[in-house]
Design a protein around this ligand. Sequence first.
Ligand code: 5GP
Length: 189
Amino acid sequence: METLREKIRQEGEVVSSSILKVDSFLNHQIDAGFMMEIGKEFARRFQDEKITKVMTIEASGIAPALSTAAVLGVPMVFAKKTTAATMDTDVYVEQVESFTRGTTYDIKVAKKFLNQGDRVLIIDDFLAYGHAALGLAKIVRKSGAQLAGIGAVIEKGFQSGGKLLRDRGIRTESLAIVERMEEKEVIFK
Ligand code: 5GP
């Protein structure tokens, strides 16, 4: 998606050779209009997949997952990282390794929001090593729903997540694939 690559070139901050910061439109402030364009692009790519639900993890996955779900006309459900007093107790739980924090955390989804007949599209902001996506995929499998595919706004092609998911036969679509990052420059595939 050229408009996304251009936005990353203009607004992205290369924190290190492995971490990209896009706080101005995706990870802190959200460019709402641009997020709708992202949703339209994911919806276009997965239009033949008969998606019934979009799934993500709070917090940064919510914006692109919501815009995609809005275009597809289906609900969006996000896995929670913390347990609020109001959280259902009947939940699917998986452990996920955090790329940005170097720790592990549990993700939880109430069982009532995933059904056997669902065809689920997982959307996330970044694809690095694939831990978040695989954790969500495991929850989809546990629920008996079908995984239709995974969409990442930005894939870091030099980390192993994309290969891991595609080698498992999971359809994985990324709107921008970063080949490498040098000094202040982002080089795309
Ligand atoms: P993975 O589970 O694929 O290793 O990492 C994906 C998750 O880590 C994403 O949900 C994202 O929030 C975070 N992440 C991974 N790499 C980056 C990065 O370079 N920049 C930002 N902002 N988040 C990242």
